[in-house]
Design a protein around this ligand. Sequence first.
Ligand SMILES: NC(=O)c1ccc[n+]([C@@H]2O[C@H](COP(=O)([O-])OP(=O)(O)OC[C@H]3O[C@@H](n4cnc5c(N)ncnc54)[C@H](O)[C@@H]3O)[C@@H](O)[C@H]2O)c1
Length: 403
Amino acid sequence: MITIAILGMGARGYTYAQAIGELEDVKVTHVCEVNPIKKEFVKQMFKIEENNYYMSDDEFLSKGKLADILIISTMDQWHYKHAMKALDLGYDILLEKPIASTEKQCQEIADKAKKLNRKVVICHVLRYTPFYNKLKEIVDSNLIGKVRSITQTENIGYYHYAHSYVRGNWHRGDITSPLVVAKSCHDFDIIKWLIGSNCTTVSSFGSLEYFKKENAPLGSAKNCYQCKIDCAYNALDFYKKNPRWFMIFSLDPDVEKVLSNPEHPYGRCVYQCDNNVPDNQVVNMLFANNAVAQLNITAFSNEIHRNIKIHGTKGEIEGDLEAMIITVKVFGGKIETFDVRNIASDFSGHSGGDKRMIKDLINSVKNKNDKVTLTDIDEALESHKMAFKAEESRLSGGQPKTI
Ligand SMILES: NC(=O)c1ccc[n+]([C@@H]2O[C@H](COP(=O)([O-])OP(=O)(O)OC[C@H]3O[C@@H](n4cnc5c(N)ncnc54)[C@H](O)[C@@H]3O)[C@@H](O)[C@H]2O)c1
């Protein structure tokens, strides 16, 4: 039996606990979560004994190693403290992305893991999706020749952007981590993986232009419950229609009551918050093998989806993660379309990535396997360096930064 402790039982911790519940010979035995409202619910839901439930990270981390694996799913700014201490205690770790809030902290965690010979897996769940696995298989088969360029767009979705990057957890890059790190370390990881070479240089432009006070409609109120304006971002309308999004921050299902509190962050006008992350950003990348790539991160999309275009010397590939369709066009040859839904069945949690990643980690610990999983920290460090350098470039007006 593999035992698991979870530090931070928020949206991600809960997702992993549920995925673990579906596996054999593995159990969540310990939880540390600071929010008192969650305690009874979590204890009951995952059958956690009273003595194994902690509400202080310091107390939890003072108890030594309590389980085989520790999942660290607290917010970005806590990862460094929690991971460094957990490594000292002897845990193998599943660490949520981003590894930490600065490049230096990421490197220190990786160095310590190497020194102590511990497994640290970073939740780059996209590497485990059937969609990106199929893309990787096609690219590695040489069907389109040598990859010369990739363009990926991270369509955040206007309502997701408002939820997470204007009102919610990642609205201030200086407190958590910059948008290009928090959101797109995934994209850099995938692009680098497909190109199969290290990135040497990045440059980036982007800014916050729209979700600012000067764009608030005339006559709008500071909080949506008092506002008479017809608006795509009205929090009450959105969360009433999307109760699962509401549950991310409220256990009380009464949207009207919860968001009629003027202090509630998720009920604020999107034009009158204290957010500072860009709503649009582009990153150019050069790789050691002279391939190039471009990433476009935008708040301004109707749906949440990632789309990708890969240009090789012998053909091109187009794909959309959420549509799950991949089209391969070999120059002078046939056009083939793959529907990823026909090659796998479970697409829950990040297009099927969450559960597959957990399974891989559990198997590798169970089999005392020294083989790295797809997303070990050394791999993940590369994408984080690309992301932090991209932010450095953006802040310097787009100057190229070497990695
Ligand atoms: N892999 C992915 O694709 C993916 C997707 C979303 C989020 N994330 C990452 O997962 C992490 C968590 O995100 P989330 O959406 O679950 O956030 P969340 O706010 O829902 O969860 C964080 C939880 O940690 C708790 N917490 C805060 N400080 C704590 C402390 N000191 N000790 C113990 N618990 C503490 C909070 O009360 C909360 O319940 C973030 O770093 C985020 O970037 C990764």
